[in-house]
Write a protein that binds this ligand. Structure first.
Ligand SMILES: Cc1cc2nc3c(=O)[nH]c(=O)nc-3n(C[C@H](O)[C@H](O)[C@H](O)COP(=O)(O)O)c2cc1C
Length: 403
């Protein structure tokens, strides 16, 4: 690691980096170097890792490419986030990640997975999210929200309850889906009419408007893991005979309409991500070839990054789980579409994450469980890779790598 400490005056500092003295920000000097503004000096050094290079998507600059994957917490009341979310996402926001993606958040009450999942269908929910977003921003951390509709996999209790489906008295509802086909262990859903599909598309757009008013930097649409949009994509869950079912063009129509409606209400500077499951791992289902075709359409519609996961729409599908087992899907989609991708799934080691980004297999990595185990995983990863990045002042004494 090569370091120069430059004792700039205030003006020089601001001119060189766009940051004020004491701002504790970092960024790239095109091509060669990375800078950090600490309390009284500008530190410039050669870039060591690719994982800790910044990434610009529209108007948002992510400080690095190690991101926190969305994770349901089943801890909201009436769709309102509270103290648990502030602490959970707050600690993650102090952990050095370039982006913290908040969990699947219902665009409608019946779009939640469980009765304890958060929502963003009301202004009260916007107000509840705001302190979480403000805290992340106070740490210089970008925060996104995953807008979701669970479809036929909705109306459950939390995973730690003693049964799965929530009764009406427990706050449950009749789940909806493209077709009246139940996911194993769940109730038979109501098949959406075209008017109800249209209302759902509008609900995504309204939720996106609310999310940006809450201050979120990024919007991600959840079209993976067997939830509503994925249910439309896969012939195994979509048996419709109207314009939303049958051919590839018809099955992708719902998601494309959601993307168009959301992009239309978003400021042009706000990045839009879509999480997909690249395959159902089941004969006759959704697969990688269709994912590539879909990603090409999403790119034209103004999506900035595809977050590539897999599975979730077919119970008992045989999934070859192992370290980085979904990375090759992100790699194929990236190389065939030239659209940015993020890779997720059993990425646990800094060197592994570095290899994925440095070899161009994905533009960023998303980590879920590794961040539950250690919410400051990214600070640890930076040290392991020899990177000196900005830490919260309160944590400085724990550094093991000195500038
Ligand atoms: C507790 C928990 C909650 C999750 N909730 C969501 C979610 O809200 N949205 C989503 O797209 N994926 C969700 N996932 C999946 C993760 O984002 C991630 O894709 C998956 O865990 C694989 O990554 P990992 O091996 O790093 O954990 C969840 C995973 C966990 C462990």
């Amino acid at each position: 690691m090569v370091l120069w400490f430059l004792g700039f005056g205030d003006f020089g500092l601001r001119k060189a980096t766009g940051c004020a003295r004491g701002a504790r920000c970092s960024g790239d000097v095109p091509g060669t170097a990375h800078y950090i503004v600490l309390s009284n000096a500008l530190v410039v050094r050669t870039v060591v890792s690719q994982l800790f290079r910044s990434l610009q998507l529209r108007d948002v600059e992510f400080a690095n490419r190690t991101w926190v994957s969305p994770m349901c917490q089943y801890s909201a009341v009436d769709g309102l986030v509270g103290a648990w979310h502030l602490v959970h996402l707050g600690v993650l926001a102090t952990g050095g990640a370039g982006l913290v993606m908040a969990e699947a958040t219902g665009v409608l009450p019946e779009g939640r997975i469980s009765v304890n999942c958060p929502g963003i269908w009301s202004e009260a929910q916007v107000a509840a999210w705001r302190p979480v977003v403000d805290f992340a921003h106070s740490q210089g951390t970008k925060i996104g929200i995953q807008l979701a509709h669970a479809g036929r996999k909705g109306s459950t209790l939390s995973p730690w309850a003693d049964h799965l489906m929530a009764s009406e008295e427990e706050g449950g509802w009749t789940a909806v889906a493209p077709s009246a086909l139940a996911f194993e262990g769940y109730d038979v859903p109501h098949a959406l009419s075209s008017a109800e599909i249209n209302a759902t598309v509008q609900a995504f757009a309204a939720a996106a408007t609310r999310a940006t008013s809450a201050g979120f930097d990024v919007i991600e649409l959840h079209a993976a893991h067997g939830y509503l949009a994925h249910q439309f994509l896969s012939p195994l869950s979509n048996r419709r005979s109207d314009q939303y079912g049958g051919s590839f063009e018809n099955r992708v129509r719902f998601l494309c309409e959601v993307v168009e409606a959301v992009r239309a209400v978003l400021d042009s500077g706000v990045p839009l991500f879509v999480r997909i499951s690249a395959t159902d791992y089941t004969e006759g289902g959704w697969d990688l070839g269709q994912s590539v075709r879909l990603a090409k359409q999403l790119k034209v519609l103004g999506v900035d990054l595809v977050d590539v996961s897999s599975g979730g729409n077919v119970a008992g599908a045989r999934i070859p789980v192992g370290p980085g087992y979904q990375v090759h899907f992100a790699e194929t989609i990236r190389s065939e579409t030239e659209l940015a991708t993020s890779a997720v799934g059993l990425i646990t080691e800094p060197e592994q994450a570095e290899e994925i980004v440095a070899s161009g297999r994905a533009d960023a990595v998303m980590l879920a469980r590794a961040n539950l185990r250690n919410p400051r995983w990214s600070l640890m990863a930076a040290e392991r890779l020899g990177e000196f990045i900005v830490w919260p002042r309160q944590l400085e004494r724990a550094r093991t790598l000195r500038a």
